[in-house]
Design a protein around this ligand. Structure first.
Ligand code: NAE
Length: 254
């Protein structure tokens, strides 16, 4: 998918990976970039806007923990304004295994709700034009950091949900894939709680191993969005972008 002239909604576009990915998208001349995030960060927004003054970049406060009906209302306003939206990026996430319910609510339920809400506007069964959902999973959705089992499982849920969405695209007309970063130098991984404090030094131990920069991650991220491959599982680790081949252990045959 050439990104020039496309309209993209980016949930969590003001986070560390989000910000640099927004910049990478603007370098590709995205037409409209609608950033939704929980916190208003005007200085980050203006830094993003500067990358390409020809692109239209806007921000709206958005909490993925809001009820589904609220997400639907907010998306209705966005669709009324832009008419056509091509890609939804779901990127909200927290890493704190002391916060069990919040982790599931933000990392998984919130992503499911935003995706469910946009189906009202995209589903070809309602006369919609289709679209593409790009969900941020994690390499921990493939193989857990077992000291943060709640976070890892929330990302495995994102991977699984997105694989089903991709298979449903024949019915809905909506494509889906995940982008799964390896450890990326952001505030998320600088310091975090393990489950039941099983490993008090988990962040420190993790960061003893090689990581990638947000700029490297963002470049891979933008390339994955350009590929627009339904069902893809992209691993974005150590500055590379690689498709992951999923092993099939069972088939429902339906
Ligand atoms: P970050 O903390 O800078 O970004 C988190 C973003 O989620 C922020 O924009 C924040 O405002 C938004 N957010 C949190 N709660 C929200 C809510 N209720 N409603 C709306 N937005 C909300 O950290 P980041 O590292 O840039 O993380 C961005 C995404 O990438 C997250 O989903 C994270 O899980 C994922 N990710 C990060 C890494 C990493 O190493 N940094 C990895 C994979 C995936 C590797 C690991 O899994 C550790």
């Amino acid at each position: 998918m050439g990104l020039a002239n496309k309209t993209i909604i980016f949930v969590a576009g003001l986070g560390c990976i989000g910000k640099d990915t927004c910049k990478a998208l603007l370098k590709r001349n995205v037409k409209n970039l609608v950033i939704l995030d929980r916190l208003d960060k005007p200085e980050i927004l203006s830094e993003i806007k500067k990358v390409n003054p020809k692109s239209n970049v806007t921000f709206q406060p958005y909490d993925v923990m809001a009820p589904l009906s609220e997400s639907c209302k907010q998306l209705a306003k966005i669709f009324a304004e832009y008419k056509k939206v091509d890609v939804l990026v779901n990127g909200a996430g927290i890493l704190d295994d002391h916060e069990i319910e919040k982790t599931i609510a933000i990392n998984f339920t919130g992503l499911v709700n935003t995706t469910t809400a946009i189906m009202n506007f995209w589903d070809i069964r309602n006369g919609g034009p289709g679209g593409t959902v790009c969900n941020i999973g994690s390499v921990t959705g493939f193989n857990a950091i077992y000291q943060v089992p709640v976070y890892s499982a929330s990302k495995a849920a994102v991977v699984s949900f997105t694989q089903s969405l991709a298979k449903l695209s024949k019915i809905t007309g909506v494509k889906a894939y995940t982008v799964n970063p390896g450890i990326t130098a952001t505030s998320l991984v600088q310091s975090f709680n393990s489950w039941l404090d099983v490993e008090p030094c988990v962040a420190q131990k993790l960061l003893e191993h090689p990581t990638q920069t947000t700029e490297q991650c963002a470049e891979s991220f933008a390339k994955a969005i350009e590929c627009d491959e339904n069902g893809a599982l992209w691993k974005m680790d150590l500055g590379t972008l690689e498709p992951v081949k999923w092993t099939i252990h069972w088939d429902s045959h339906i």
